[in-house]
Design a protein around this ligand. Structure first.
Ligand code: ITT
Length: 191
């Protein structure tokens, strides 16, 4: 099945391609001629996932899906949440975001956090949403260099290492996005 993934994030693209496997031809925005950044003007992850998927569907008429992900930190009242990409600066500066997170949590004992991914699928014009969540804690120092974003600071529940210290397969097996994509596959397989 051919399907457009509405993202400009290459890390997400390779994670999703690996999780979906061979039955799906995942096409990029560039491959369907969309080179501009899709404005993420929603107030929630659900809204942004929907905005990105609809943007692609309206321009291409192709089956597509979009993911919006946020890191929700309990002691910060759920921040950075929907603002995760631009937490420290307007650019997607992963290192600056991680520095800011560590500084906001300096001296804070409650390190509980979760990643939440919402995926909006539009198939034959019909939109459906699924979600994936992984609970964990924010480490006090960055570790590992795999993955992207907040991965060097996020230790999933039941693990002793951060996502950035795991292989892509290990992360995908338990991550927010891996879980959301597993739900996406269920939707795609259901007629
Ligand atoms: P697209 O909108 O083009 O898909 P993006 O990078 O803007 O890409 P999101 O808005 O969904 O993606 O994600 C917001 C930020 O959350 C992202 O820039 C990362 O800093 C962080 N993030 C998302 N998924 C993550 C993951 O699996 N591991 C670590 N950080 C992640």
């Amino acid at each position: 099945m051919k399907i457009v993934f509405a993202t400009n994030n290459q890390h997400k693209l390779s994670e999703v391609r690996a999780t979906l496997g061979e039955g799906y031809e995942v096409v990029t925005l560039r491959e369907v001629g969309i080179t501009e950044d899709i404005p993420e003007t929603g107030a929630t992850l659900d809204e942004n996932a929907s905005i990105k998927a609809r943007y692609v569907y309206e321009r291409t008429g192709l089956n597509c899906f979009a993911d919006d992900t946020g890191l929700e930190v309990e002691a910060l009242g759920g921040a950075p949440g929907v603002h995760s990409a631009r937490y420290a600066t307007e650019g997607h500066d992963f290192a600056a975001n991680n520095r800011k997170l560590l500084s906001e949590l300096s001296g804070v004992e409650n390190r509980r956090a979760r990643f939440r991914t919402v995926i909006s699928l539009i198939r034959d014009g019909v939109e459906q949403q699924v979600e994936g969540i992984v609970d964990g804690v924010i480490a006090t120092v960055e570790s590992g260099c795999e993955g992207f974003g907040y991965d060097p600071l996020f230790i999933p529940e039941g693990c002793e290492v951060t996502f950035a210290e795991m292989t892509a397969d290990q992360k995908n097996a338990i991550s927010h996005r891996g879980r959301a994509v597993a739900e996406l596959v269920k939707l795609l397989k259901a007629e």
